[in-house]
Design a protein around this ligand. Structure first.
Ligand SMILES: *[C@@H]1O[C@H](CO)[C@@H](O)[C@H](O)[C@H]1NC(C)=O
Ligand SMILES: *[C@@H]1O[C@H](CO)[C@@H](O)[C@H](O)[C@H]1NC(C)=O
Ligand SMILES: *[C@@H]1O[C@H](CO)[C@@H](O)[C@H](O)[C@H]1NC(C)=O
Length: 112
């Protein structure tokens, strides 16, 4: 009896805390071109993180313009392709999105 209600409580907690964590990406396409801006928005109090070839689990402040729970990258580079998600201070994570940045002009120099 007690075990059953504990299990029920745990599944409710797991269900709803997972569903409340969302990442919204603008533009919604996962395919962007070098030089294009991308904006990512989390729920209040969550921070945007990413895994790319140049760093794992890095925070928006390291590579984007952070404004509250939003993050904007003005100029995407091909090496910024990777997995993006939101993370709470307790370490919960939202759904992830994969963003692929392709070269828009050959060769596209990073310094430009
Ligand atoms: C995350 O999930 C929410 C709700 O299902 C959805 O609205 C949102 O577009 C998803 N975000 C990404 C980046 O897939
Ligand atoms: C990120 O993690 C992957 C898988 O663990 C690893 O292969 C890669 O070297 C890491 N990249 C960086 C920049 O730490
Ligand atoms: C990000 O990279 C870390 C370290 O390699 C890995 O443990 C983690 O699962 C990755 N997260 C995502 C969402 O890919």
């Amino acid at each position: 009896m007690k075990d059953t209600s504990l299990l029920l409580l745990l599944s409710v907690l797991f269900c709803c805390s997972t569903n409340s964590a969302r990442l919204t990406v603008t533009p919604s396409s996962s395919q962007v071109f070098a030089g294009e801006p991308v904006s990512l928005r989390c729920e209040d109090g969550w921070t945007v993180r990413r895994n790319t070839s140049i760093g794992n689990r890095t925070q928006c402040g390291d590579w984007g313009r952070s404004a509250g729970s939003s993050c904007t990258i003005d100029f995407m580079l091909p090496r910024e392709s990777g997995v993006y998600w939101c993370e709470s201070t307790e370490g919960s994570t939202s759904n992830t999105t994969t963003i692929t940045v392709s070269e828009s002009c050959p060769p596209c120099d990073e310094g430009r």
